[in-house]
Design a protein around this ligand. Structure first.
Ligand code: ZN
Length: 487
């Protein structure tokens, strides 16, 4: 069935269960998951059915595919440039315009090249409704998109697929595993030379507060440097890189134009690029140390108990960098929630205010518990994220980790079929043994064995090592009988 094949394909492209389901619900609404689907209103006006239209386009008899304005295929591609690209894509790989596999690959090409923001959501989202709306409003953009009813209906289709395919794997516990655990904590580079480190004491841990730096510099070395006398200084500098400007945060201040400017800032961790370019979190001080992060507002300060970290910003326009630092920040937050037994969806009453366990600098300002800064809400919404998606993603990560503890068998039918398919793919080349050389030459020259239409190293692909089905077996027999004049 197309459903299972589509699900497997979307999952193999890194989509979450909710993301795959939300996309499938929309494809179902567009085409009933039929890759040959021609928009119904055009069947009459063009005088074609799904099948005859597909065949006519493939054979070249029908030449107005690109410009006829008829929706076609899984996603009901309609606009001429998208139909043209679909046509070119299928032609280039020698596939029918109505081929499921080709259309899925084209769909991924469109998503990654023209709709990277949508793809990013589908790879990280935990809500089917959210996934469905992103696809509906940003990718499909049908005429009736503005009605709530359309959104609800499509999310409902998506939920059906989620229930059908995702629940099985969640119960099996092949959900997420946490990157950071007590056995594998984030790397440490304590900054004991900073005024922050020297001045502040312990506070009870109440939650986690996100910052981003507000400057276009993705490198950790800009902010994090080891102590002058740290035992692992050389190793740390190799990992993090060297700050030649000496303006990192591991200092009490710096001379600027002959004037001493004290540095009164300090947070527990930073997320950004190591010297290698990999994104990582680095811990800069004990988690239960009072932060000098969000400053204070009229009602007090979240510095008293919220673990705080800075995410190094880029120019805020790179979805790939955003995806990496967002994931890393979610991982770090989940790790801290587990470490301090914090409820990611919870609130605590502090200074007479109800404060979310997980929040950002701007949230603290809104609550009267921080200074007037916009981070991180000038950045997250650009990619469909919010502090609520953070809480949901942290919850999902913690839930997945718990499931994994109870059940580590992540093999199921879907996975087995994937592996089976991979194995067949490996066998489907021209590898063969010497002993069969004469027989192979005879079988191909007489036409008893035909290839699969592909060419490998200049020869037709005969898939010598692959499994022979009963269907292929009778076909070979039949060709032989024909040669012998028996049929
Ligand atoms: Zn901030």
């Amino acid at each position: 069935m197309n459903e299972a094949a589509i699900w497997r394909f979307l999952k193999s492209q890194g989509m979450t269960d909710a993301g795959a389901a939300g996309l499938m619900g929309n494809l179902f609404a567009e085409s009933g998951l039929n890759p040959k689907n021609l928009q119904n209103t055009y069947e009459k006006s063009l005088g074609y059915t799904d099948e005859t239209y597909t065949a006519a386009v493939d054979s070249g008899r029908y030449t107005n595919f690109v410009h006829d304005k008829a929706g076609y295929g899984l996603a009901q591609w309609t606009y001429w440039s998208r139909k043209q690209a679909l046509y070119a894509f299928c032609k280039a790989i020698g596939a029918s315009i109505g081929d499921l596999d080709a259309q899925l690959k084209f769909l991924m090409k469109e998503l990654s090249e023209s709709f990277p923001g949508v793809l990013l959501v589908l790879r990280s989202v935990t809500s089917v409704h959210e996934a469905s709306n992103v696809v509906l409003l940003q990718f499909e953009r049908p005429a009736s998109k503005d009605t709530e009813a359309t959104q609800t209906k499509r999310a409902g289709y998506g939920q059906t697929y989620f229930n059908q395919f995702a629940v099985v794997s969640a119960e099996k516990g092949d959900g997420a595993t946490m990157k950071y655990t007590s056995a594998n904590p984030p790397m440490k580079c304590f900054m004991r030379q900073s005024s922050w480190y020297k001045s502040t004491g312990k506070v009870p841990v109440r939650g986690v507060l996100w910052h981003s730096t507000g400057a276009n510099n993705t490198t950790l070395r800009r902010y994090v440097q080891p102590d002058d006398n740290a035992a692992d200084r050389a190793k740390m500098l190799e990992l993090i890189g060297v700050n030649k400007n000496k303006n990192d945060w591991n200092r009490e201040g710096q001379w600027v134009k002959g004037e001493w400017v004290p540095l009164r800032a300090g947070v527990h961790a930073f997320i950004g690029k190591l010297a290698s370019g990999d994104v990582a979190a680095v811990q800069a001080g004990d988690w239960d140390k009072k932060a000098w992060g969000c400053a204070s507002g009229p009602k007090g300060s979240c510095n008293n108990g919220w673990i705080q970290f800075e995410i190094c910003e880029d120019n805020l326009n790179d979805p790939a960098y955003f995806e990496k630092v967002y994931r890393e920040a979610v991982e770090l937050t989940a790790y801290l929630c587990k470490l301090y037994n914090l409820d990611p969806q919870g609130t605590v009453t502090f200074s007479g205010v109800k404060v979310p366990v997980i929040l950002c600098h701007q949230d603290s300002y809104q609550l009267g518990l921080g200074s007037n800064h916009g981070d991180v809400l000038h950045w997250l919404p650009k990619y469909g994220k919010s502090m609520q998606t953070v809480r949901d993603d942290v919850s999902a990560l913690l839930a997945g980790a718990n499931n994994n503890k109870e059940e580590d068998d992540d093999m199921d039918v879907v996975r087995f079929k994937e592996l089976w398919g991979e194995m067949r793919k490996e066998l489907q080349d021209n590898d063969s043994s010497k002993y069969s050389e004469e027989a192979r030459a005879w079988a191909t020259s007489t036409g008893l064995i035909a290839g699969n239409g592909e060419v490998i190293d200049g020869e037709p692909n005969y898939m010598w090592a692959d499994i022979l089905t009963r269907e292929q077996f009778v076909t070979v027999l039949y060709r032989f009988a024909k040669k012998m004049g028996m049929v």
